[in-house]
Design a protein around this ligand. Structure first.
Ligand code: GDP
Length: 595
């Protein structure tokens, strides 16, 4: 490592991608690299992260001269894969992860979480690479464990290479659709313009040396300025997880990205209310496997330096929030640090609307990501909070009348038992909860629900709305003069339903349809072209109506407005024509009727 750049910290790397595409396997492979290749003492065990020192990477790549080329001390991989960890690890409004790997199963291609990962990385402007995983599953692929991609690729038959190329360019095509110009990593000349894609097998380790090299290259090129840090400066980190540990009580797993931290230091941790001020009781790292004689899985250490993952045991940290900042303070800086932590939490102020759905998420970062995605999709949000779904949330949602807004959209949170109980009850019958651990899915499910609701509403409107209708009394078909009059009619346009009022062409409403029969059978409505027997109450044949008369369904003004201005396009052409005729009658004397 070049001497003068000693103070560059280890870049932090997150692995993202769709479920089952091989994130965990890739991380295991990298961890294996670190453990197998590293001599005793070369590897630092971390909480929630694995560090691969530069020497190990260089050795793996088989070219010792590279050691002088790179100035970062190694790579720190966050052990929990997924965009969830990525969004949890926020820092100063951005992401704590300096780099990311998006894993795509080359045989399956793009999936919702692949796209979600890309969107999140785009938004945070995090440099990343894509790996097309599981190349060993390509038909007839001959595995060469641990080799670089090009080396194993050259040893495949032309047929296998052909199948690979086809699958690989499918992925490149999908990336293009998502707005990325991408190419195989060894053909990329400018990683700022072109996204590097590395074909790998997480299982056999093929391509892993390339992944490590490309990541180092990215760190070198794009992160150098942001990786400088002060070894002796105050420790700054982000809470990865708040965890109960046997014998330790509540602990926080923290990824430290700047400065250092010692046992006994005062720290300030963000939470929903006033920040927590406490003292580090113990700093813990995982105990080596060889030391199983100890009861605890953890080993206390006196000091930790960024970048590192560490478990902190301290009093009163039960309210600490995943994703919140942790900053070391001295008596002189305490007030300032409290303000800083508070303002970072306040920065997550989420702009809400006066109307809309409720959003619950498990961390500040995921809440931000959710709100962002939902706003992009024009979903109105009334409330957005970190935490499980409580009874109060259900109560609140149940008071909202709009079925599209009495909804709780929940990401990675639980429904509390008393809230669950309330959901069973009548008061909460209108509350809907959409829960998932993929933001996309929640959005999709909610959008489907909205669509369904809108269609139902339209249907309801259509059912109660009085539609246009026009009919003629047929000659020789008067079956009864009055009380009610029963006549044979032909529907000339639109539809005539039972219980609708009828009107003469001069605008006089004369009676009400009190029964429709077709071939002796009662029917609820008659449509264009049908010849039916119609009972009309309130009229006498020969007085208000006579044979050959043309009558209209009387449409109230309010319904007419909906028909003409809201759903005209959905009417059939004969309904449209009939409505036009009806409006002409109405507007003869009153030009603004129904406008
Ligand atoms: P995750 O959900 O993204 O973390 O995926 P996992 O790492 O758990 O992998 C899902 C499944 O795919 C497991 O059965 C793995 O053994 C398998 N798998 C992962 N990577 C590879 C690979 O490169 N080749 C093959 N053949 N199988 C793999």
């Amino acid at each position: 490592m070049a001497e003068e750049n000693k103070n560059l910290r280890t870049p932090i790397v997150c692995v993202m991608g769709h479920v089952d595409h091989g994130k965990t396997t890739l991380l295991d492979q990298i961890r294996g690299t670190a453990i197998v290749k590293g001599e005793a003492g070369a590897i630092t065990q971390h909480i929630g992260a694995t560090e691969v020192p530069i020497d190990v990477i260089v050795e793996k790549c088989g070219d010792k001269r590279l050691a002088d080329k790179f100035i970062v001390p190694g790579l720190l991989f966050i052990d929990t894969p997924g965009h969830h960890a990525f969004t949890t690890l926020r820092s100063r409004g951005g992401s704590l992860a300096d780099l990311a790997i998006v894993v795509v199963d080359i045989n399956e291609g793009f999936k919702p979480q692949t796209i979600e990962s890309l969107n999140i990385l785009k938004r945070f402007k995090t440099p990343f690479i894509v790996v097309t995983n599981k190349i060993d599953r390509i038909l007839n692929w001959k595995s060469h464990p641990g080799e670089s991609f090009l080396s194993t690729y050259k040893k495949q038959t032309p047929e296998v290479q052909g199948i690979f190329e086809q699958k690989f360019y499918d992925v490149i095509g999908h990336l293009y659709e998502q707005g990325f110009s991408a190419d195989r990593f060894d053909r990329v000349t400018d990683f700022q313009k072109t996204l590097g894609v590395v074909p790998i097998s997480g299982l056999t380790g093929e391509g892993i040396p390339d992944v490590l090299m490309v990541l180092l290259g990215l760190a070198q090129r794009f992160l150098e300025s942001s990786l400088h840090y002060d070894v002796n400066g105050p420790g700054v980190g982000t809470v990865l997880e708040v965890k109960e540990e046997k014998g330790l009580g509540t602990t926080v797993d923290v990824i430290l990205y700047d400065g250092s931290l010692q046992k006994g230091d005062t720290i300030v941790i963000g939470c929903l209310g006033e920040p927590i001020v406490t003292k580090v009781r113990a700093l813990l790292k995982p105990r080596e496997l060889s030391e199983i004689r100890y009861e605890s899985k953890f080993q206390p250490i006196p000091k930790v330096t960024a970048a590192a993952g560490v478990k902190i045991s301290a009093p009163d940290i039960g309210d600490a929030l995943a994703g919140a900042p942790v900053i070391q303070a001295t008596p002189e800086t305490l007030d300032e640090v409290i303000e800083k932590v508070k303002s970072e939490i306040d920065d997550v102020q989420i702009q809400t609307d006066t109307d809309g759905v409720m959003i619950k998420a498990d961390t500040i970062g995921s809440l931000e990501a959710m709100v962002h995605e939902f706003k992009k999709a024009d979903v109105m949000i009334q409330k957005a909070e970190v935490g499980d779904i409580t009874k109060r949330d259900i109560m609140e949602a149940s008071t909202i009348n709009d079925p599209m807004h009495s909804v709780i959209l929940a990401f990675n949170v639980k429904v509390n038992p008393d809230a669950e109980e309330l959901m069973e009850q009548k008061v909460a019958h209108n509350v809907k909860i959409f829960k998932n651990d993929v933001i996309y899915r929640i959005l999709e499910e909610y959008q489907d629900f909205v669509k369904e609701q809108e269609e139902e509403l339209e249907q309801l409107q259509a059912d109660t709305l009085i539609k246009p209708g026009q009919f003629k009394i047929l000659p020789g078909c008067v079956f009864r003069q009055s009380k009610p009059a029963v006549v044979g009619v032909r529907i000339l346009g639109g539809v005539v339903k039972n219980n609708t009022e009828v009107m003469l062409p001069d605008g006089t409403v004369v009676g009400t349809v009190k029964g429709l029969e077709l071939s002796g059978k009662k029917i609820p409505k008659a449509t264009v072209g049908m010849e039916v027997a119609m009972a009309i109450d309130g009229v006498t044949v020969g007085r208000q109506i006579k044979e050959e008369d043309i009558l209209y369904v009387h449409i109230p003004e309010s319904d007419s407005k909906v028909l003409e201005f809201e759903i005209f396009d959905t009417l059939t052409s004969d309904e449209q024509e009939t409505l036009d005729k009806y409006l002409a009658i109405r507007r003869k004397d009153k030009p603004f009727w129904g406008k």
